[in-house]
Every structure is written in C-alpha cells, then in structure tokens.
Design a protein around this ligand. Structure first.
Ligand code: NAP
Length: 298
C-alpha cells in the first residue's frame, strides 16, 4: 500500500526499536538485561498471536522474556500467586497479563496485583491515576501511547487540536483521551470522547482535526463522517468473515479505509499502522522499567 498521506507505523516502530536497542546496550554494559514476563490464561487464538509477536520483538531486541501459559480453569488465587512470584523475581522488570482474561477473573484485582513499577502495560490503578494527574513517573498503556507517538513523529500538531476519540474502553479510548487533554507539550488538545450513547456521533466526527477510532466495530467510520484534511488513526482490529481467505476471515479496522483515505490529511493503514507501535511502546516501557530499577531515570 503506498499513498502520500499514509502514516507508516511499521517504519516508525522500527525507528523506536533502534532507539530502544541503544538503551538495552547501555543497560547490558551495566550488567542488566531487561526482562519481561508474559502471562496468558486459556487458549484465546488472538491472545496467542499477540503474545507470540511480543515474544518475537523481545528476542529481536535482546530483551529476556518468559511466557507463563495457564489453563482456562486456573483459579484467581493461582494467578495472583504467580504474579506475586514475578513481582519479586529480579530477572523480571516488566509483567504483562494478556487481555482478555476469562470471565471468572476480576480484572481489577489481577492488574492491581502487578507491582506498579513492573506494570509495563499501565493498567495498575496507581499508573492509571498518575496518567489522569499528568504525573510522568507512571507507565502509560502501550496502544494509546503508540497512537500519540505516531502523531508526534508524523508532525501532526496535537496542541489546540479538536480531537475526537471513538470508544471509551479502559485499554485505548479512556487513556487516549487522558493523554491528549493534559496540560503540556504534545497534549493541550480539546478532546471529545464518544461512545455507544453519544448523540449524533457523525457531527462530532466531522468537527475533528484528529479522529481516533477505537471501538472494535468493523469499518464504522465512513467518508461522510470525516472532514477533508482530518488526520485519521485507526486502532480497531476486527475479524470479518471472508470465504475467500484461507482461514475464513480477514482483519479490518474501525475505518472504511478505501473511502476515507482519499480525503484524510494523514491516515494509518490497518494493518501496519497502530499495531506495530503497541509492541514498540511495550519494549520501550520494559527498558524504562529496567532503567528505573537502577535509578537511571525517573
Ligand atoms: P472496548 O473496551 O470494548 O471499548 C469499545 C468502546 O467502543 C466502548 O466504549 C463502546 O461504547 C464503544 N462502541 C462500541 N460500539 C459503538 C458504536 N456503534 N458507536 C459508538 N461507540 C461504540 O474496546 P478496547 O479494548 O478499547 O478496544 C477497541 C478496539 O481497539 C478493538 O477493536 C481492539 O481490538 C482494538 N485494539 C487494538 C490494539 C492494537 O494494538 N492495534 C490494541 C488494543 C485494542 P460503550 O462504552 O458505550 O459500550
């Protein structure tokens, strides 16, 4: 895919990986190899793919990783016990519990059990609170952090922009809005957070300078919802049936790309836009956790 207005997430993620690799080299010179533990419960096919990609990125960058796969029927007590062991394991600087968890787990209890300083996914209430407060010492969730980084590195002005975020999920929409509305550099935006109860969603979208779609609804954003020149960031990952595909489905985003791309100022392809950035931010957060363990930064 080659259009002049594409935001190439793979290329930008590659730049960030290069920067992260330099930090890993510096850490190794001090005798520290960053370590990341993955915890996956059950056999959700998408979770297997996501953890597999993150393991591969660790191997490529020189981050130590280990993956704990627990059966679907694992009790919450057993999962919390594993997290307790990882919390005190000095080899491990970051812990990632792959979402979604089976429904018998209380997600808030699980995410609260990971030590905030090892919470490289940014889901611990302390890190969520720090994000809301604009306190930069916490960890931010990787996907919205990746979207913001894509905007910054694509020279899209966030300050003063009207930004519409579609979706108020805890993993993407809500933290995305919190990051962009802070008082500070690469923030200071006027953010509208839309959801399933929003009245006249199209009118909100048409006002946006930057439109971020994170709903999980296939190709929801159509051309008539986008003002010409708007920067469109497509976070959604949706499976739709496709009898022509070998596995019977294909992945699409929340934006009807073919319609919207010609009028967008800039746009992320999907795949190849936000997805690679989520992994790049996870690697960066893990290295930062390792640096923090040495008091190298704050
Ligand atoms: P989520 O927690 O399920 O949140 C979805 C949000 O979309 C909810 O706020 C929901 O509104 C809203 N919504 C759903 N249908 C809507 C509609 N018709 N009109 C308006 N709003 C609607 O989802 P999430 O975890 O934030 O994930 C969102 C998407 O991002 C998913 O496709 C997910 O796969 C993708 N994702 C991608 C990456 C990546 O690396 N690329 C990472 C994480 C997630 P209510 O709150 O009113 O129900």
């Amino acid at each position: 895919m080659s259009f002049a207005n594409l935001i190439d997430g793979r290329a930008i993620a590659g730049q960030i990986h290069d920067e992260t690799t330099q930090r890993i080299t510096a850490l190794k010179a001090r005798g520290v190899q960053p370590g990341l533990a993955f915890v996956r419960v059950g056999e959700d096919p998408a979770s297997k793919v996501y953890v597999g990609r993150k393991e591969k990125a660790c191997a490529q960058l020189g981050i130590f990783s280990e993956t704990h796969v627990l059966p679907q029927a694992t009790t919450e007590a057993d999962l919390l016990a594993l997290l307790g062991r990882l919390n005190v394991n000095e080899r491990i600087h970051g812990i990632l519990v792959q979402a979604p968890l089976p429904t018998h787990f209380r997600a808030t209890v699980v995410y609260s059990t990971v030590l905030p300083q090892k919470d490289v996914d940014g889901f611990h209430p302390v890190n969520v609170g720090k994000l809301m407060l604009g306190d930069p010492t916490g960890f931010w969730p990787c996907t919205p952090m990746g979207v913001r980084e894509l905007l910054i590195r694509s020279q899209v002005k966030i300050e003063g922009a009207d930004i519409v975020v579609l979706g108020r999920g805890n993993i993407v929409g809500k933290p995305m809005a919190a990051m962009l509305c802070q008082k500070g550099r690469h923030a200071n935006a006027t953010v509208t957070l839309c959801h399933s109860q929003t009245r006249d969603l199209g009118a909100h979208c048409r006002r946006a300078n930057i439109l971020i779609a994170a709903m999980g609804v296939p190709e929801f954003v159509k051309a008539d919802m986008v003002k010409p020149g708007t920067v469109v960031m497509d976070v959604g990952v949706n499976r739709v049936n496709d009898p022509k595909a070998t596995n019977g489905y294909r992945l699409v985003g929340d934006v009807e790309f073919a319609q919207v791309q010609p009028l967008a100022g800039k746009i992320t392809p999907n795949p190849g836009g936000v997805g690679p950035m989520t992994i790049a931010m996870l690697m960066q957060n893990t290295v930062r956790a390792a640096e923090l363990s040495l008091n190298l930064n704050n």
